[in-house]
Design a protein around this ligand. Structure first.
Ligand code: EPZ
Length: 421
């Protein structure tokens, strides 16, 4: 199994381009199922979750090809005219639980869908009750049998939906199911993440009539046809936040280019609060850090609050900050698995349920650790970069799900990190 070998103690310095957003490209690839014609999606990150989405589209009968761009990202070409499939094989659902995002688009296109329950993942149970109840309100008959969702509908229809929680995936599934259905659908308490706005922009370019993304209320007026379009995916705000934390943890000095600072207000605020010198120049962000002190209280919240996806990464930064930090993970039930591995490197963290208290230590030490999930794995890399000595990080397939060749990005900033079999 591949692993990363990291030698810590080197300040990261230099310039880095930010990859396209994983959590934007996945729903946009699902939306391409709705197009009559070719969709060209630019700035796709070269990550395994994108590969998985391409596999699913091909399985459904879409024609998908891709080419690598000079900046290392990919342009993906999708033609769904022959995408008559309606079943996502269990092995694909297990490989990427967010494949549930294809459900709304498949139902809109075929009136039928058969998928297995995405099931839990490293972050704990990942229910989809909000997806199911919303689609049922739109006229979908859903039979939950033996771990499978057997769905069918003659005709989807618009309706008012009040989400009990601003679920990103449920908001996206409703938008995809409603774009081509009769009438108006209103989503109240919708997720406000930038990736939702990117999906709205993509669908509206195709001819959809959607408004309100980024606010708590999204209105979708169904249309009869959606056309293939070209679209560039927004920058990945979590990858950008990860690299900012890596530079800060090594007391480095770097410039991130082609980011989207306006999507990162809470992350940038916390980085400034803990002593980083953050400067924003249009789409670029510079970061330098001499002295790091703790942020007393970090609570993860739905956007625009502090992102749950930044929790593990920012915690790695706080392990060597002066003072204590209290993390409260309000979004996922079990998103502290990285803490046991950080302990192996000398971090001083105590947990109680969804609360973790980090007491800053003077030093971290290289160790042999295991990635537990995507962002937990990234937190181990940051800790290893800040540690004295060499670390080995196993199970890096988790990290490859969402970071586009992270070892190349970090090496470009001077990090001593190699991928070894
Ligand atoms: C998306 O997951 C992201 N994934 C996650 O990023 C991110 O952490 C999450 O949103 C929150 O921002 C993608 O976009 C592919 P949710 P999603 O539905 O859609 C509960 C990463 O690291 N819930 O907003 O699955 C759920 O259990 C990944 O890039 C229900 O109870 O998130 C969780 O506690 C990890 N019922 C909370 O809502 C439902 O029907 C947030 O879930 C759906 C969700």
């Amino acid at each position: 199994m591949a692993k990363f070998v990291v030698s810590g103690g080197v300040p990261l310095c230099g310039v880095l381009d930010i990859q396209g957003a994983k959590n934007s490209v996945l729903p946009i690839m699902a939306a391409a199922l709705l197009a009559d014609g070719d969709c060209v999606i630019e700035h796709c990150p070269d990550i395994s979750d994108t590969d998985c989405a391409i596999e699913i589209l091909s399985e459904l009968g879409a024609f998908v090809s891709q080419k690598r761009d000079v900046d290392g990202s990919r342009t993906v070409y999708i033609n769904s005219s022959n995408a008559l499939g309606f079943e996502i094989p269990d092995k694909m659902m297990r490989k990427m639980r967010s494949s549930v995002i294809f459900l709304g688009a498949i139902l809109s296109r075929r009136g039928r869908a058969l998928i297995s329950f995405p099931g839990g993942c490293e972050l704990g149970p990942r229910p989809i009750d909000l997806h199911i109840s919303s689609l049922r309100k739109m006229g979908v008959r859903i039979n939950e049998t033996h771990g499978f969702l057997d769905c069918e509908c003659e005709r989807l229809h618009g309706t008012d939906i009040d989400l009990a929680f601003p679920s990103v995936g449920a908001t996206e599934n409703i938008m995809l199911a409603a774009a081509l259905c009769d009438g108006e659908t209103v989503i109240n308490n919708a997720a406000k993440e930038p990736e939702i706005e990117d999906l709205q922009n993509f669908l509206n370019k195709m001819g959809a009539r959607i408004s309100g993304a980024g606010t708590g209320c999204i209105k979708i007026n169904g249309v009869h046809r959606l056309n293939g379009v070209r679209h560039r995916v927004i920058p990945d705000r979590i990858a950008a936040g990860t690299y900012l934390c890596a530079v800060a943890a090594t007391r480095g000095n770097a410039l991130l280019k082609n980011a989207e600072p306006s999507h990162m207000s809470s992350t940038l605020a916390f980085l400034s609060d803990c002593g980083c010198d953050i400067k924003v120049f249009d789409k670029d962000i510079s970061v330098s850090c001499d002295e790091l002190h703790s942020v007393r209280h970090i609570r993860t919240m739905p956007y625009p609050g502090f992102p749950t996806d930044m929790q593990a990464v920012f915690m790695a930064l706080m392990t060597k900050a002066k003072g204590n930090s209290v993390f409260i993970e309000t979004i996922f039930e079990n998103r502290f698995k990285h803490i046991g591995e950080l302990h192996r490197m000398g971090a001083n963290i105590t947990t109680d349920g969804r609360v973790a208290v980090v007491e800053g230590v003077k030093k971290l030490y290289g160790a042999h650790v295991e990635s537990t999930d995507l962002r937990g794995g990234a937190s181990l890399i940051i800790a290893a970069l800040a540690a004295e000595g060499t670390s080995i990080i196993d199970n890096i397939f988790h990290i490859d799900r969402g970071y586009d060749h992270i070892e190349n990005a970090l090496s470009a900033l001077g990090a001593q990190i190699t991928r070894e079999q």
